[in-house]
Design a protein around this ligand. Structure first.
Ligand SMILES: Nc1ncnc2c1ncn2[C@@H]1O[C@H](COP(=O)(O)OP(=O)(O)OP(=O)(O)O)[C@@H](O)[C@H]1O
Ligand SMILES: [Mg+2]
Length: 506
């Protein structure tokens, strides 16, 4: 949480939280969800973007860690929700850099949580249920043999511990209204105290069966000061938050249905996120995953433990754990006929790199426009534009010949590199080309580096490539919406089908 105070000073963390009820217009919470958007908060001369807010929070975390550890902290493993897109990840990395923290590795949160489990056995399906302050993430992954293979299916929803606080506050407000005929919602100070008391009671109810709320002088009525006292029982709390529990259950069911996995096939359940400390959450997840006695690792800080383990792996101090993260998106290119070829499918283990050979469509076409797109969970057919690269000055040939190689690489952090490489004209005879391809092209799908070696017989050495950053995406989207796009889009290539490959006939 970050706030701008009246005098223009900026408050971070607890200091911001303390004043958020009296200063809601200038207090930002859950800014991570706004990373990469045009969101800003302005008060007087001070304006903050989401990225700047993230920088302030990360700097505060770094400083707190330095005080605690007594040594400078310069690098970090950063975790992000599984469905964070490229722009959000990029914005976060830039924000961290500005806060003096180099991102060594960006891990998706369910992967990190699963890493915290001992994975030295056969393949298992693991359900990660992460309920934080404002978001619920449910992911299903496969784990085994020292490998966390995150063949993730995930669902996410704006639901978190804060909603439990709000439900309790509403319940208490209704009680006061019924008993004393007073509407507390108009009393800012009373509401702040109620909310703090509600969170304390919620936390207390995780380990005790009842929590006392005592708020003397909560407000002033026509009959004098109102002293509020109430003991919340666990059953009462569970009753007033039934609707929230139902939403949790529904999300688990949806994720299982999408993955085509039955509750019986889940071997392990990991609860992570502060709000899963509430016993009702353990119960509902237990029911939603079949009600059988599943072996359950309950690790409230699983994400953090996993990130720390990954730090140990990188620094060489932790052995025997190998992490395989997956691409959150499908990435590929759009063709002249308006369809898309996805070289990397969502949920492919990263790092990964794939390529395809493409043809011009017209005789004497002297350029190829590579229009890279990605498709997230949304499922738009052709996908969102990522980058546009132009390979110009091609020697004149008849259309329909393989003239270029289109490459998409995702590195270990999910960062994307795209390129287009010119193929030799003298091998553009398809028959000879396919023969040589078999001999010379060795796509490397598991190495961390960009290695799609093209033999010099095939590759002219001309390549246009780019790291897909936020500014690249923004420029490309502007271009695609502009008037210049029409002629460019006509020069998009089509996929080359290897005539010697039986699967490509039809
Ligand atoms: N003992 C407890 N019992 C119940 N709830 C708790 C307990 N401890 C913390 N919480 C709640 O957990 C939530 C914070 O969890 P966490 O730190 O995992 O969130 P976050 O990762 O910052 O948020 P998000 O994942 O939504 O962005 C808060 O709502 C807090 O009140
Ligand atoms: Mg969280």
């Amino acid at each position: 949480m970050v706030a701008i105070a009246e005098d223009g000073s900026i408050l971070v963390g607890t200091a911001a939280q303390r004043q958020d009820l009296t200063n809601p217009a200038y207090t930002a919470r859950s800014v991570k969800l706004r990373l990469g958007t045009g969101w800003t908060m302005t008060r007087g001369a001070v304006t903050l973007t989401a990225q700047q807010v993230a920088t302030l929070i990360l700097r505060k975390l770094r400083e707190d860690a330095e005080v605690y550890l007594g040594v400078p902290v310069r690098r970090a493993i950063v975790t992000v929700p599984a469905n964070f897109d490229r722009i959000q990840r990029d914005a976060l990395a830039v924000a961290a850099e500005a806060a003096g923290v180099r991102v060594m590795r960006m891990l998706s949160e369910p992967t990190a949580a699963a890493m915290a489990l001992n994975s030295d056995t056969d393949d298992r399906n693991v359900l990660v249920f992460d309920l934080g302050g404002g978001t619920l993430d449910v992911s299903l992954l496969t784990l085994g043999d020292g490998i966390v293979d995150t063949r993730t299916t995930s669902g996410n929803s704006r639901l978190g511990g804060d909603d439990w606080d709000r439900a309790l506050v509403e319940h208490l407000v209704a009680r006061v209204r019924a008993r004393h005929g007073v509407d507390l919602t108009q009393d800012v100070a009373a509401m702040r105290r109620l909310r703090e008391a509600a969170e304390t009671a919620k936390t207390g109810l995780s380990s005790a069966s009842a929590a006392d709320i005592r708020l003397p002088y909560l407000t002033v009525t026509t009959r004098g000061p109102l002293h509020f006292e109430h003991t919340v029982g666990r059953a009462e709390f569970e009753h007033i938050t039934r609707h929230l529990q139902q939403r949790c259950t529904a999300l688990v069911e949806r994720v299982l249905a999408e993955a085509g996995v039955t509750a019986d096939e889940i071997d392990q359940v990991v609860l992570t996120g502060g709000a899963t400390r509430m016993p009702m959450i353990g119960d509902l997840v237990h029911r939603a995953t079949g009600g059988k006695p599943v072996h359950r690792g309950i690790i409230p800080e699983g994400v953090v433990v996993g990130a720390a383990l990954q730090g140990g792996v990188i620094s060489g101090r932790v052995k025997d754990v190998l992490l395989l993260d997956v691409s959150a998106f499908s990435a590929g290119f759009a063709t002249a006929d308006g369809t898309a070829v996805f070289l990397i499918e969502r949920d492919t283990t990263i790092p990964t790199g794939r390529h395809e050979f493409v043809c011009t469509t017209r005789d004497r076409q002297d350029r190829i426009v590579a229009h890279f797109v990605e498709r997230g969970t949304g499922g738009a057919e052709v996908g969102e534009t990522l980058a546009v690269l132009e390979l110009t000055g091609l020697a004149p040939t008849p259309g329909g010949r393989p003239r270029a190689q289109v490459v998409v690489d995702v590195d270990i952090n999910g960062a994307l590199w795209v390129s287009i490489r010119e193929l030799r004209f003298d091998v553009a005879d398809q028959r000879e080309f396919s023969g040589r391809l078999r001999t010379y092209v060795e796509p490397n799908n598991n190495g961390p580096d960009r290695t799609h070696p093209l033999a010099p017989h095939i590759f002219t050495g001309r390549e246009v490539g780019i790291h897909v950053s936020r500014s690249v995406i923004e420029q490309a989207r502007l271009l695609v919406r502009s008037r210049n796009w029409r002629p460019l889009s006509n020069d998009r290539p089509v996929l080359w089908k290897d005539p010697a490959d039986p699967s490509s006939i039809n």
